[in-house]
Design a protein around this ligand. Structure first.
Ligand SMILES: [Zn+2]
Length: 170
């Protein structure tokens, strides 16, 4: 994906921001090793972007990290995208605002529990693959990556679909 494709992919850009700030390491992205491109806005670290590709088209969403309400006693939390169970502080709640001109609609956001470091790709590639003939036997790295990719695109589309619903209503 090119810089312009990635910038243009964000379905819910911040109306106050002039343009999407890409990561400084954009030229070093190894596209074949990741299932989404995830990065934080250096000037506003609570803002994060997720971009992936489906059917030859780039799709992306702007996320905001919510305050972490978990306490050190909390148990493991599962990331909604890579389905890895991680320590409470390694998964955070992010929200994606609806792409609407109406402020009340924008505040009606969708939530996502996501690896805090946006490193799902690392998890799906490095977690041990379970052996055996049980229901987990199909748990291969390629299948995990496919699942991660399809859940990512489903989430971004759900944010984007909210816009269409809003438009039809109003
Ligand atoms: Zn994850």
């Amino acid at each position: 994906m090119t810089r312009e494709e990635v910038r243009g992919a964000i379905v819910n850009p911040d109306p106050a921001a002039k343009r999407v700030r890409l990561p400084v390491w954009f030229d070093d992205v190894r596209w074949h090793q990741i299932d989404y491109l995830g990065w934080r806005d250096l000037r506003a670290p609570q803002l994060a972007y997720l971009v992936t590709e489906a059917d030859g088209q780039a799709w992306g969403a702007l996320l905001r990290q919510a305050q972490n309400r978990a306490t050190p006693g909390s148990r493991a939390v599962m990331c909604d995208l890579c389905r890895s169970s991680r320590r409470f502080n390694e998964v955070s709640l992010f929200t994606a605002r609806r792409p609407s001109r109406d402020k009340r609609e924008r505040l009606n956001a969708r939530g996502l529990l996501l690896c805090t470091d946006l490193d799902c790709a690392v998890k799906v590639n490095t977690e041990p693959v379970r052996q055996g003939s049980g229901p987990e036997a199909g748990d291969r790295v390629e299948e995990r990556r496919e699942g991660l990719r399809s859940r990512t695109i489903a989430f971004i589309r759900s944010v984007s679909d909210a816009e269409r619903t809003t438009r039809h209503r109003g």
